[in-house]
Ligand binder design. Structure first.
Ligand SMILES: NC(=O)c1ccc[n+]([C@@H]2O[C@H](COP(=O)([O-])OP(=O)(O)OC[C@H]3O[C@@H](n4cnc5c(N)ncnc54)[C@H](OP(=O)(O)O)[C@@H]3O)[C@@H](O)[C@H]2O)c1
Length: 259
């Protein structure tokens, strides 16, 4: 199967590309910058302008759409860019478009999630048969969040916020299965094997890095806080990934990761 992977240089893309290649998929991968290597054909595309999209989708059986821009021009890139991609893929006769979204995009009032939900709707309304997989946060994202939360010294956060980090390698395996299964619309959400409270995640992260910092509790107000504490970013769906937060900590920092 010939598959175009958008966002192939991202956190998930960097893991997905070698996994799918090793599984025997023939890959074309996109980046805004010219690239070579990784045993795949690279094409330069920009979802913000549509540049390179027609060439990117030509002759592929499926598109795995991972590209996203959470920080800047999100509407332009995630929503309108996804529309540009689905239209190009439709014209090229692509038979399956797989979109990766996030668990809780319809519950948790974060501006980025509004755009992800809108992009899901664009995919569902497009002419290319589709699948949407919502995944939970990757452990690297949680670690970045903890770094940000401890910028001033103590780890500042709402202790009761719940997360269920999933390893990108587990997501990559799930995506390979979805590509082989064909268009399936919204499939079961996909999460990591355990639900963690923010204070547990912070404690084990500090221990793995051998850093002593107090936790300074704050309470996130309003609906955002209620959803984050109420499990808006988690799911009871099965199967889950297998790699834990502790596995990530061991791989990243060595030591026991709190195990
Ligand atoms: N991170 C998480 O915890 C998480 C959890 C669940 C789901 N997801 C979803 O999984 C997907 C991948 O996430 P990620 O963390 O791997 O993302 P990431 O590391 O932020 O990578 C984003 C990718 O998008 C590409 N990109 C950005 N702007 C673009 C544009 N204008 N045109 C074309 N490509 C553009 C970048 O490619 P170049 O810079 O090379 O052009 C990069 O490869 C996203 O849809 C995200 O919402 C993420």
């Amino acid at each position: 199967m010939r598959v175009l992977v958008t966002g192939a240089t991202g956190r998930l893309g960097r893991v997905v590309v070698p996994r799918l290649r090793d599984e025997g998929f023939t890959l074309r991968a996109t980046s805004r910058r010219p690239r070579t290597g990784d045993g795949v054909e690279w094409v330069s595309t920009d979802l913000a302008t549509g540049a390179g999209l027609a060439e990117a989708v030509a002759g592929v059986d499926a598109v795995l759409h991972l590209a996203s821009s959470p920080q800047r021009r999100t509407h332009e890139i995630d929503v309108l860019g996804t529309r540009r991609l689905t239209m190009a893929a439709g014209h090229a006769g692509v038979r399956h478009l797989v979109y990766v979204s996030i668990v809780g995009v319809d519950r948790v009032p974060i501006p980025y999630y509004r755009h992800k939900l809108a992009a899901e709707e664009v995919v569902a309304a497009g002419s290319v048969p589709w699948s949407v997989l919502r995944a939970t946060q990757f452990p690297e994202f949680l670690a970045d969040l903890l770094k940000g939360a401890s910028r001033l010294g103590p780890v500042i956060g709402d202790r009761a916020v719940l997360a269920q980090p999933v390893d990108p390698a587990d997501v990559a395996d799930r995506l390979a299965v979805l590509l082989l299964a064909g268009p399936s619309h919204r499939v079961e959400d996909f999460a990591g094997p355990e639900v963690l409270r923010f204070d547990e995640a912070a404690r084990t992260w500090l221990a793995a890095r051998r850093v002593r910092r107090p936790l300074l509790p704050v309470r996130i107000p309003g609906r955002l806080g209620r959803e984050l504490r109420g499990g808006g970013l988690t799911t009871t769906a099965t199967p889950t990934g297998t790699r834990t937060w502790a596995d990530y900590l061991v791989d990243t920092y060595g030591g026991t990761g709190g195990r």
